[in-house]
Design a protein around this ligand. Structure first.
Ligand code: MSK
Length: 630
């Protein structure tokens, strides 16, 4: 009999409590304490009606003061804030994508970065109308790097990848004027529109929010995902483990954290270097253990099976184990708290990017040209730090689950094709998945994404919603910190199929997949819109007709808002468990939850009660099925 059992959120919390006791002993701060200090939050900020865009203010909207000094009302202020939030997220994801495009220019047969998926590079080149015949693959990579970087600043035209969407969707985008032009331009336009004395009309601000989000999902993030696959390999199913128990007491622990795989890939390479392993043994360790946090973790788990220590709100926990020799970060979602926290332990906190520099960190500048040397230096630093551990502070919670990860779009199609042998071209077809949905074996699909947020009991919403959905025969695809919540709980163990309804359980058995599929990091949500596009094309339906929805139950970052905007703009109804900061404007709430449906055939639903959020998603999926008569 299988001994499989999910790890509960209560067990996560007990483990964290134990770690916080260690923290108290060494005088460490923690996010749990800082949340208390910051509560209650500023109501003006929560409602999006504080304007800090010029120095006549700040202006705050109240019944007594319904307009700012320039005369802007709550709707204009909340709208501008929402657009700036989106632009922040779009810029961040897209700059990550740009770095990946730049790294592509440094690929060489004998260099640090190689081409691991040449077929994918050739496919993209053909898609972009680039001649591939007789070209050396590295020459082609360099040419594509140049072209991809041009997408950020080209003076004419719209994003090349929009053509991946069904024609109906492309027409909606064109008619609504939300086709993204150059990626940087959409961020600049957003900043320009929200400068003092420009747009204050919610409709215009929401339209640009969608366009700016589109420049991320169908531009910068897509570049990040696609060219990462070209260089580091397109993910295919692979087994790994998740939760803090993946850290090892008798080994040198290196934690990689952030988003850009260019750094973490190199760290993983050098952690396997025999010279480094011999050095680790010489200092009394059994070897070198690399584990991940946040989306960097997703990247290396999907491609290498590197274990996942935790998600966003676990980042302090890895240091609190007292067994972390180095936490090395690249960009995004990194708590500045890691600096002072690591000083309470022997841990070295290493920052590597000029984009992300923090006090109390050691800065080792990581560059494509010198990536090998940089990575080796970081691994060596970790190994040499092993002897500085304070054994009395070491406690690694013994929580760990098995997980099968690596479900890129290509992997999902290939896995399901394998069940029916219906392969029709090199990319396969999504028809088996469509048949499962139309026959009712599966009721539909939910793309669950996003962060943790202390406003919601961490991980609880992700895990409870997933359990509810799979019990109702709804397959769940995941990315970002949502994926890690699932893996830590055990929902990516194939044994979790026993928690499914009969239909999904049967599909999981036939295809040999877990009931929730790990599609990658937060930039990889671009995989999800590509999959939705392929489902629509293969079924002859519009994306908005498919019984699929998106959900971000614990979102917190600007990137999440940008993501939400491009997912909705793609025609996928999106459900939020944390309110966007627009509630001070009924007009903004209307535009986001109803008004945009006229443009893109989808809109947001906001519901902070998790039970009701789950019910609302199931109801929407069933409505879509009923409309199709299936
Ligand atoms: S890391 S953006 S907390 S998903 Fe991508 Fe997690 Fe959200 Fe960061």
């Amino acid at each position: 009999m299988s001994g499989f059992k999910l790890t509960t959120v209560e067990e996560f919390e007990a483990a964290t409590e134990r770690l916080l006791e260690t923290g108290k002993k060494v005088g460490a701060d923690a996010w749990q304490l800082r949340v208390k200090n910051q509560t209650p939050h500023c109501r003006f900020g929560e409602q999006g009606i504080c304007c800090r865009i010029c120095s006549m203010g700040p202006c705050r909207i109240t019944p007594k003061a319904p307009r700012g000094i320039c005369g802007c009302d709550a709707h204009g202020i909340a709208g501008r804030n929402f657009l700036r939030f989106t632009a922040g997220g779009a810029a961040t994801h897209s700059d990550h994508g740009r770095e990946i495009c730049r790294t592509l220019a440094h690929t060489a047969p004998d260099g640090n970065y190689k081409i691991k998926d040449p077929e994918k590079l050739i496919r993209i080149a053909k898609e972009w109308g680039v001649e591939t015949e007789g070209k050396d693959i590295y020459d082609l990579a360099h040419e594509m790097s140049e072209l991809a970087q041009m997408e950020y600043g080209k003076p004419h035209g719209v994003q090349r990848w929009l053509k991946r969407a069904p024609e109906h969707t492309q027409k909606l985008w064109h008619d609504a004027e939300i086709e993204p032009r150059a990626i940087d331009r959409e961020v600049s336009t957003a900043m320009h529109m929200t400068h003092m004395g420009n747009s204050s009309k919610p409709e215009a601000l929401v339209r640009q929010s969608l366009r700016s989000g589109m420049s991320d999902g169908w531009g910068g993030s897509m570049a990040g995902t696609e060219f990462s696959d070209v260089m580091f390999g397109t993910p295919m199913p692979i087994d790994t483990e998740a939760n803090l128990g993946v850290m090892k007491e008798d080994m040198v622990n290196i934690i990689v954290h952030g988003h850009d795989p260019s750094l973490s890939e190199m760290i993983c390479e050098y952690a396997e270097d025999p010279e480094m392993i011999a050095l680790a043994k010489s200092v009394g360790a059994k070897g070198i253990n690399v584990a991940g946090v946040c989306c960097t973790s997703n990247e290396v788990a999907m491609r290498r099976g590197i274990p996942m220590a935790g998600n966003f709100l676990q980042q302090e926990n890895v240091v609190l184990t007292g067994a972390c020799e180095v936490i090395v970060v690249d960009v995004q979602c990194i708590f500045p708290a890691l600096g002072p926290l690591s000083k309470c332990f022997h841990t070295k906190f290493i920052t590597t990017s000029p984009i992300c520099q923090m006090p109390d960190s050691e800065f080792i500048r990581f560059e494509a040209e010198t990536a090998g040397e940089n990575a080796k230096k970081i691994v060596r630093t970790a190994v040499e730090n092993f002897v500085n551990r304070r054994p009395e502070l070491v406690h690694i919670p013994q929580l760990k689950q098995k997980a099968t990860v690596g479900y890129s779009t290509e992997a999902i199609v290939k896995t399901l094709d394998g069940v029916t042998n219906s392969q029709v071209d090199e990319l396969g077809t999504t028809k088996p998945l469509i048949e499962c949905i139309t026959s009712g074996v599966l009721r539909g699909a939910v793309a669950m994404v996003g962060c943790n947020n202390p406003r919601v009991r961490p991980d609880y919403a992700h895990i409870e919603l997933m359990k509810k959905l799979i019990a109702n025969d709804i397959i769940v695809i995941l990315s970002g910190c949502s994926a890690q919540a699932a893996a830590r709980a055990g929902l990516m163990d194939k044994e979790a199929r026993n928690l499914c309804g009969d239909g999904l359980k049967r599909v999981c058995e036939l295809a040999d997949i877990p009931p929730v599929l790990h599609m990658g990091s937060c930039v990889d949500i671009s995989r999800m819109v590509v999959l939705a596009s392929r489902l629509a094309k293969d079924s002859g339906l519009n994306i908005s007709q498919l019984p699929i929805v998106g959900c971000a139950p614990e979102w917190m970052s600007e990137k999440a808002v940008s993501i939400g905007n491009y997912v909705v703009a793609t025609g996928i109804d999106t459900f939020l468990g944390v309110e966007p900061q627009v509630s001070g404007s009924d007009q903004m709430v209307w535009w986001l939850t109803e008004g945009i449906r006229d443009w893109v055939e989808a809109a947001y639903t906001i519901e902070t009660d998790i039970e009701k959020l789950g019910d609302a998603m199931i109801a929407r999926i069933e409505e879509k099925r009923a409309a199709l008569g299936i």
